[in-house]
Design a protein. Structure first.
Ligand code: SAM
Length: 216
C-alpha cells in the first residue's frame, strides 16, 4: 500500500474537487473532506495511479470503491451534522467511512464481505479513524445500536428495507440507491413521524448490489 501523501497527490485531489464541484457538489464540508482524504490509500495497487480519476474501481471480493462524485453526492444528501450517529451499510474500502468521520459523525459501519471487513478494520485505525465495525447483513440494520440520525446505504437495494426506516430517528434521513442490477434511483427517506415518511428521488446511479444473507 502506498502510504505517502505527496504534493502531487494533494494537487490531484484539488483537481478532483474542482471536477466534482463542476458536476454540482456544493457542500463546502463535503468538498473539504474529499480534498483531505488520500483516496489512493484505499485503492488496490493495480489502480493506485487512477485514484484521483472520478471513477469507481475494483477492490477485493468483487466489490468497488465508489466514484468520488457519488460519494460526495450521497454525503451531501445525508446532511450530516457534527456528532450525528450514522449507520453506514457497505464499508467497502472504508473511504466513505472516513469522509463521514471528517464531517464529525460517529460511524457504525457494516460489511458482509469478511475479507473487506478484516482489511478495513485494521487499516482505518492505523490512519487515525476509529468507527465501530460490524461484520454482517446490512439489510437488518443494527438493531442493538438504533436509533440513528442518518443511515447511508452504499450498495444498490431492490427495495427500502423496513428494518432501516424503523431504526431511523424521527427527523432522520436515509440515503439509499434503489433499483436492480441495471441501475438504481438515488433515494432519500425523511422520517417525519413513526409512520410518515417523505421519499424523494435524485437521479440514476449504478452500484454493486446489496446482497442479503440468504443470497450468500
Ligand atoms: N462506500 C464504499 C467505499 O467508499 O469504498 C463502497 C462500497 S461498495 C460500492 C458496496 C459495499 O456494500 C460492498 O463492499 C459490498 O460487499 C457491501 N454490501 C453488499 N451487500 C451488503 C449487505 N447486505 N450488508 C453489508 N454490506 C453489504
Amino acid at each position: 500500500m502506498n502510504m505517502i501523501d505527496s504534493y502531487r497527490h494533494k494537487g490531484l485531489r484539488k483537481q478532483l474537487v474542482e471536477e466534482i464541484k463542476r458536476k454540482g457538489i456544493r457542500d463546502e464540508n463535503v468538498l473539504a473532506a474529499i480534498e483531505k482524504i488520500p483516496r489512493h490509500y484505499f485503492m488496490n495497487s493495480s489502480f493506485i495511479e487512477f485514484a484521483y480519476e472520478d471513477q469507481a474501481f475494483p477492490i477485493d471480493a468483487g466489490q468497488t470503491i465508489s466514484q468520488p462524485y457519488t460519494v460526495a453526492f450521497q454525503t451531501e444528501l445525508l446532511q450530516v451534522r457534527k456528532g450525528d450517529k450514522v449507520l453506514e451499510i457497505g464499508t467497502g474500502s472504508g473511504y466513505q467511512t472516513t469522509i463521514l468521520m471528517e464531517l464529525g459523525a460517529k460511524v457504525y459501519t457494516i460489511e458482509r464481505q469478511k475479507v473487506l471487513y478484516d482489511k478495513v478494520k485494521s487499516f482505518l485505525p492505523s490512519i487515525g479513524y476509529k468507527p465501530k465495525f460490524f461484520y454482517g447483513d446490512g439489510y437488518l440494520g443494527l438493531h442493538a445500536f438504533a436509533p440513528f440520525d442518518r443511515i447511508l446505504v452504499t450498495a444498490g437495494a431492490p427495495y427500502i428495507p423496513e428494518a432501516l426506516t424503523s431504526q431511523l430517528k424521527i427527523g432522520g434521513i436515509l440515503v439509499i440507491p434503489v433499483g436492480d442490477s441495471m441501475g438504481q434511483e438515488m433515494t432519500t427517506v425523511y422520517k417525519k413521524t413513526e409512520t410518515e415518511f417523505e421519499i424523494k428521488q435524485w437521479g440514476g446511479f449504478r452500484f454493486v448490489p446489496l446482497v442479503g444473507d440468504s443470497e450468500r
